[in-house]
Design a protein around this ligand. Structure first.
Ligand SMILES: [Ca+2]
Length: 112
């Protein structure tokens, strides 16, 4: 038995095992890219929000966090990515009204 055919046999055995456990659809699903978003907020306290993909059928992650000019105690900046009951939500948040800026980006992939 060649190495390649041995490896194919292992994959087949694994697929059969997963199928028998009822896991084949989720375990072997190949994530597909759904898209993403970028938010930038500058100089005004508060948040920008953007809803992303459905939380039950996708996963998202931060791809950029860029913060500038948070050089006084009142200037705060953060990026949040929240998995809500319906959708993932990206948030760019500032805590001050100075010249600080925050850029947050996230992308999402399907899980089905
Ligand atoms: Ca500043």
């Amino acid at each position: 038995m060649s190495l390649i055919s041995f490896q194919k046999s292992l994959v087949t055995v694994g697929a059969v095992a997963l199928t028998s456990l009822g896991l084949v659809s989720s375990a072997l699903a190949i994530p597909s890219f759904l898209g993403g978003a970028t938010l930038t907020r500058t100089g005004v306290a508060g948040s920008f929000f953007q809803n992303l993909s459905a939380s039950g059928t996708s996963f998202c992650f931060l791809t950029q966090v860029a913060i500038t000019e948070t050089d006084t105690p009142a200037e705060k900046a953060e990026c949040l990515l929240t998995r809500g009951g319906i959708v993932w939500t990206l948030e760019a948040k500032l805590g001050g009204n100075g010249d600080e800026s925050v850029t947050c980006a996230a992308i999402c992939y399907s899980t089905n």
